[in-house]
Design a protein around this ligand. Structure first.
Ligand code: MF3
Ligand code: CO
Length: 264
C-alpha cells in the first residue's frame, strides 16, 4: 500500500463515472450477463464445474473481452462456482454437479478497461422447498436493494433493506464478504455490506456504480475459507445462495448493467 507519508489517511473516494465510461461498463455488463446465461444453461447433473468455466471463457473470448477474475490475487479461473454449503469463490474443477444441488455462479468481465460483475444461483432439477426458498429470498433481497439505489438515498438504505428481507424470512446474511463499487477496478469504494442502518453512510449520486451482492445462508452467517485459499463455506455447512448485479445510479433510477435476458 502506498500513500502519503504524513497527514491524515486518504479519504475514501467513490468515483463518479462519465457517460462515456458507462458506455464501456454497459458493454462489460452485457458480456457478464451472457457468461451467466450460458453457464447456467450448461448446469445439469453430471456436468463438471470446469465445463461451466469453459463455457464462460468462450463467451468472453467471442466478445473480445477479458476475464475479470482470472489472475485477480492469483485466482485461477474465469468464474466462481460455489455449490451448496459453498458461499462464494468456489474454484471450478472436476467436481460433478448433482440433482438437488444449489449452484452459485459468479462472473466478471473487463471491456476497454472497465469491469462488470454479477452472480446468480440456480437449483439443479428438483430441490427441497427450503432450497428454492433460499434462492427466491436472496434474489428478492437483491431486487429490493437495487430499488433503493436512488440519488436521494444513502448507502445504508440499500444495506438495510437487503438485511430486512433476508432476516425477515428467517435466513442469515454473510458478514465476512460485502459488495463494492466497481469501474476501472473490480473492487472500488465503497464497501457495500448486506446489513446496516437506514439513512447512514455516503449519499448516493448519479455516476456511482455499485456491485450489490447479498450472500445468504439457511443456517448461521459464519463462514470459513477452505485450504485452497479461496472457497468460502458456511461453518455449519448450511446451504448458501448468492445473487449480484452491477448497478449504475442515474437521475432516473437504478440501471442494472448486468441484466440477463429471459430472466425475471
Ligand atoms: N464477485 C466476486 C467479488 O466481487 C468475485 C471476485 S473474487 C475472484 O469478490 F477472485 F474470483 F476474482
Ligand atoms: Co462482486
Amino acid at each position: 500500500m502506498g500513500g502519503p507519508t504524513t497527514g491524515a489517511p486518504r479519504a475514501r473516494m467513490i468515483e463518479l463515472k462519465t457517460a462515456q465510461e458507462l458506455v464501456h461498463m454497459r458493454q462489460a455488463g452485457a458480456v457478464v450477463a451472457k457468461m451467466l446465461q450460458a453457464a447456467a444453461q450448461a448446469v445439469a447433473p453430471g456436468v463438471k464445474t470446469k465445463t461451466l468455466d469453459d463455457v464462460a471463457a468462450r463467451v468472453i473470448e467471442q466478445a473480445g473481452a477479458q476475464p475479470a477474475f482470472k489472475g485477480y490475487r492469483g485466482y485461477p479461473a474465469t468464474i466462481c462456482v460455489s455449490i451448496n454449503d459453498e458461499v462464494v469463490h468456489g474454484i471450478p474443477g472436476h467436481r460433478a454437479i448433482r440433482e438437488g444441488d444449489v449452484v452459485s455462479i459468479d462472473a466478471g468481465a473487463k471491456v476497454a478497461g472497465y469491469y462488470a460483475d454479477a452472480a446468480i444461483t440456480v437449483a439443479v432439477g428438483a430441490v427441497p422447498q427450503a432450497s428454492q426458498r433460499l434462492i427466491n429470498v436472496t434474489k428478492d433481497a437483491l431486487a429490493k436493494g437495487i430499488a433503493q439505489a436512488l440519488p436521494a438515498n444513502r448507502l445504508g438504505d440499500i444495506s438495510h433493506i437487503v438485511q430486512g428481507v433476508v432476516e425477515g424470512a428467517g435466513l442469515s446474511i454473510v458478514r465476512d464478504f460485502v459488495g463494492h463499487g466497481i469501474g476501472r477496478a473490480l473492487h472500488e469504494d465503497p464497501p457495500i455490506p448486506n446489513f446496516g442502518l437506514p439513512n447512514q453512510g455516503p449519499r448516493l449520486k448519479p455516476g456511482m456504480v455499485l456491485a450489490i451482492e447479498p450472500m445468504v445462508t439457511i443456517g448461521g452467517w459464519e463462514v470459513e475459507v477452505l485450504a485452497d485459499g479461496w472457497t468460502a463455506v458456511t461453518k455449519d455447512h448450511s446451504l448458501a445462495a448468492h445473487f449480484e448485479h452491477t448497478v449504475a445510479i442515474t437521475e432516473h433510477g437504478p440501471e442494472i448493467l448486468t441484466q440477463l435476458e429471459s430472466w425475471n
